[in-house]
Design a protein around this ligand. Structure first.
Ligand SMILES: [Zn+2]
Length: 290
């Protein structure tokens, strides 16, 4: 038997201190990994996470401007949340075969963007996401739809064509993904009121009061930023305001500073700061869209 084998065999029983040290070191290394995954839900050490996040990053870098402008640290947080969101929802294709990774990633990205300021971000009441290739006819409302949320069925519905149109112009304050997710957020807040209040109750009271005034004003005449649809009801006002908040933050801050300030407080994020926006450049881009 070669000499080094004998030496190795002798180490174990002859040096219990070394054996214990190695064992404890191994436990110390593995323990935080287990804790991190099970307690915080971080998927960093799941092998598929590495492969999937590479694909998510590729898709986000191509289509999601908000993601592209984040700091490296926030990008990591964003991708991790996209991963968790996708794992926690069921995506159902309607009138086509298979929901692609791009569809899942961008739908998740709209939810993650909206809730990026929160610690709890999964919106657990809504478990299913239904996707149609184009606008679809709603038998209940007897009209063609681009998207809707159905709290009773725990469902969010999108027309993929309309969803992707929302990302084509990032400054026109039209983004179906953010719009529907804003409805989801508000409904989640209602459902989970006693457990996790997403939206600060005091700020939300202020918001409701202010929204009612703006809705009345919008019914009287046009606004520089808000489309008329926002005057339908408080839900639509909230959803449209969120589209503007993210797509034209400089304009909203300049024209309706009180709306900007309240949304910033409610969502716990400032799109200008978090995206590290250069005022001049973005404001000019925003103003080109009329
Ligand atoms: Zn709506």
């Amino acid at each position: 038997m070669p000499e080094h084998h004998i030496i190795i065999l002798q180490i174990g029983p002859a040096n219990p201190i070394i054996a214990w040290t190695i064992a404890l070191a191994a436990i110390a290394l593995i323990f935080p990994v287990i804790i991190r995954y099970y307690v915080k839900g971080s998927p960093q050490f799941i092998p598929s996470f590495v492969k999937l996040t590479y694909d998510y990053r590729r898709i986000l870098e191509k289509h999601a401007l908000y993601y592209q402008r984040l700091s490296p640290e926030n990008k990591r947080k964003f991708v991790e949340r996209v991963y968790i969101f996708i794992r926690s929802k069921t995506f159902i294709p309607r009138r086509f075969k298979k929901v692609t990774l791009e569809m899942k990633t961008l739908i998740a990205a709209s939810a993650v963007q909206l809730t990026f300021g929160f610690e709890k971000f999964e919106m657990p009441h809504f478990t299913k996401i239904l996707i149609y290739p184009d606008t679809y006819y709603s038998l209940i409302r007897k009209a063609y739809h681009k998207g809707e949320v159905n709290p009773a069925a725990r469902l969010v519905v999108f027309s993929w064509k309309s969803f992707i149109e929302g990302y084509q112009n990032p400054y026109d304050s039209k983004n179906l993904g953010l719009h529907e997710m804003a409805h989801v957020l508000k409904l989640e807040n209602k459902v989970l009121k006693n457990e996790v209040a997403f939206l600060d109750p005091d700020l939300y009271k202020k918001w409701e009061k202010m929204a009612a005034q703006h809705i009345e004003r919008l019914k009287q005449g046009p606004d520089l930023l808000f489309r008329r649809y926002a005057a339908e009801n408080e839900y639509e006002f909230f959803a449209v305001a969120i589209e503007i908040f993210f797509e034209r933050p400089f304009s909203l801050r300049a024209i309706h500073p009180e709306i900007y300030a309240l949304l910033k407080g409610l969502l716990k994020q400032d799109p200008i700061l978090i995206q590290q926006l250069e005022s001049e450049e973005t404001f000019i881009a925003e103003r080109k869209v009329v």
